[in-house]
Design a protein around this ligand. Structure first.
Ligand SMILES: NC(=O)c1ccc[n+]([C@@H]2O[C@H](COP(=O)([O-])OP(=O)(O)OC[C@H]3O[C@@H](n4cnc5c(N)ncnc54)[C@H](OP(=O)(O)O)[C@@H]3O)[C@@H](O)[C@H]2O)c1
Length: 347
């Protein structure tokens, strides 16, 4: 049987790299296209060096085709994606875009399905299209929505696949959300655990997203999130156990009280968000098409093994957004203790 020919736009770290590793290990003929700045190439891939914003580089890339499948992990600016898709259309059978749940108008406030309204963004928009709101929308979400539109315009519904992952975790995660919790548990002591432990969450393992991207010849649009059977309590407890920590989780269950302390949601306490839609993204459509999500224990254990096994944490600008300082954490826990005592005293 002929080897499947896959082109990965990106392919050197986190999701792109995981896709490249899986594609090589299943015997595909894999090409990656990137500038040569982030991460490193996976053994066994053919690399075409170039910049996706440079038309000469794109023409050179197209000469290296044909491909059965293009997987684009690095689209953020619609007009660049439009140009890229036009150049690749004659030499690619199918184009799979890694998008995001941030394209939804209602993210993170409302529960979402693939039928929920998406932000309006033209397919030829530049990098600054849209605006940043709090809690949303974001220029990132507008840009991704425009990239989706660009791919669909060029490849059509029958040759385009759009994946909209929620939060992606796992080995090589450069944003560092799970890493932060793992290292926090390792440090021990009283840990500020935000919200209710039974709150369901939907982070998805990078390897499961990669497997789905390389999976059956799907077309259409798919949310890619865990089904929501696991909880924040499960996540923090597995972080505690895989690091061998004796930390004590102190659940600050009054989210309004916690938010009123001025904590930046999503970043200062990674993965904590009070909005009711944050972990309510329906992924039944993807599961019907073969997507399956591994337990968060496996994600946490393997990420810890990566972090402690010489897989140096990736130095990425976004990692500096994360985490609460030890002093602030303990001061908030002190205030929470006092608020609890007041509450008991008042009863
Ligand atoms: N992390 C999450 O929780 C999350 C959630 C939802 C969706 N997503 C989406 O998932 C994707 C993550 O992809 P990723 O982890 O593979 O990393 P990424 O940071 O999105 O992509 C980086 C890759 O693209 C290449 N690249 C960047 N700029 C380039 C340019 N101008 N020309 C050519 N290549 C370029 C980089 O290599 P060089 O620097 O060497 O060029 C690198 O290989 C993104 O699309 C993101 O929006 C992420």
């Amino acid at each position: 049987m002929a080897r499947v020919r896959v082109l990965i736009l990106g392919g050197s770290w986190f999701l792109g790299r995981t896709i490249a590793e899986q594609a090589v290990s299943r015997g595909d003929d894999v090409t990656t296209f990137r500038r040569g700045r982030s991460g490193s190439d996976v053994d066994g891939v053919t690399t075409v060096r170039g910049d996706r914003t440079n038309s000469d580089d794109l023409a050179r890339l197209a000469e290296a085709g044909d491909w059965d499948l293009v997987i684009d992990t690095s689209s953020f600016v619609p007009r660049e994606t439009l140009q890229l898709a036009r150049v690749l259309e004659p030499v690619a059978a199918r184009y799979l875009l890694i998008s995001t749940v941030s394209v939804y108008e209602g993210w993170p406030v409302e529960p979402l399905t693939e039928a929920s309204p998406v932000l309006e963004c033209p397919s030829d928009a530049g990098p600054d299209y849209g605006y940043d709101g709090d809690p949303g929308p974001s220029t990132y979400g507008f840009g991704k929505a425009g990239c989706e539109r660009a791919v669909l315009e060029v490849f059509g519904d029958d040759r385009a696949t759009i994946l909209r992952p929620g939060v992606i975790l796992g080995p090589m995660e450069y944003v560092g959300r799970l890493e932060w919790w793992l290292r926090r548990m390792q440090r021990g002591g009283r840990v500020l655990a935000p919200g209710r432990p039974e709150r369901s969450i939907q982070p998805v393992d990078v390897r499961d997203v990669a497997k789905f991207a390389l999976g059956p010849e799907l077309t259409g649009t798919f949310n890619v999130t865990a089904p929501g059977r696991e909880t924040m309590g499960d996540l923090l407890n597995v972080c505690r156990s895989v690091t061998g920590s004796t930390a004590a989780l102190e659940w600050v269950t009054d989210e309004e009280w916690l938010a009123a302390q001025g904590i930046r949601q999503w970043t200062e306490l990674p993965l904590w968000r009070t909005y009711k839609g944050a972990w309510k993204v329906d992924s039944q459509h993807a599961r019907d098409a073969g997507f399956s999500a591994r337990p968060v224990r496996e994600t946490a254990a393997d990420t810890w093994a990566w972090l402690t096994g010489g897989g140096a944490a990736i130095d990425h600008e976004r990692a500096s957004e994360l985490g609460i300082s030890p002093e602030r954490e303990q001061s908030i826990l002190g205030l929470w203790d006092a608020a609890q005592l007041d509450h008991c005293g008042a009863e």
